[in-house]
Design a protein around this ligand. Sequence first.
Ligand SMILES: Nc1ncnc2c1ncn2[C@@H]1O[C@H](COP(=O)(O)OP(=O)(O)OP(=O)(O)O)[C@@H](O)[C@H]1O
Length: 264
Amino acid sequence: MISVRNLSYAVGGTPILSEVTVDIVPGRITALIGPNGAGKSTLLAQMARLLRPDTGNVTLDGTDVHQVPTGDLARRLAILRQEQGQPSRMTVRELVGFGRFPHHRGRVTARDRTHVDTALERLSLTEFAGRYFDTLSGGQKQRVLIAMVLCQDTEVVLLDEPMNNLDPAQVQVVMGAVDHMSQALGKTVVVVLHDLNHAAGLASQVVAMKAGRVFAKGETDRILNRPLLERLYDAAFDVLRHDGRPIVVPKAGNDVSPALNVCP
Ligand SMILES: Nc1ncnc2c1ncn2[C@@H]1O[C@H](COP(=O)(O)OP(=O)(O)OP(=O)(O)O)[C@@H](O)[C@H]1O
């Protein structure tokens, strides 16, 4: 399990995360939501040990992530970042296959190839396997990077805005792949999402961030309600229900009532 305890982090004296405490439910999907600049990507990077907190810590099954040996962490945790390096002359299959490196360390086995094929298929990329990555469209590239994460077969998967650049059909492909990671493969997934309906469709838990702090956390149904969302975003919403889950509709004109702007 990933736990974040009293984590604070500042850059140049400016607080980015303040006293963040979160327990991520193992084997489930947790959505990180909140306004631009709330600290979601920074929190995800802290979970992946890409940043070091000033105070507090992130633990993986009770061990501080900064104490986990690097090879061990690479086999247990994978992250899709918003800004990945853009490799040029590599085919889709080669790139997705890189995700297996922490497992095979240069000696590729049949099992590694199966993982690559499965990831390509799951992200509807089989037809692009021989194409160079830099010849793909933005949405196709995004799916390749997600396939690379899936291929790593880690118990923890961290995804920063995986639905970026995707058309509605490809959103469904990626949502299906992420859902499969949790439902069928039992992985613990933390995903940064801006579209609250993607959060409603995917996540069982939501952590809402605002100004570097945890604003609210809990089961998706409990968090995605109108008063809470209006306070979180300082914007007006309607929240409807469809198929037993919330549908969030932003209202035009941002006519949030003054009373709802008051944070508790
Ligand atoms: N290296 C840095 N130097 C200065 N400020 C930073 C740095 N990294 C992050 N910040 C600031 O910290 C805040 C949180 O950034 P972060 O990217 O975590 O937010 P976010 O919730 O993921 O935002 P978005 O939804 O816009 O992607 C922002 O105000 C950002 O400008």
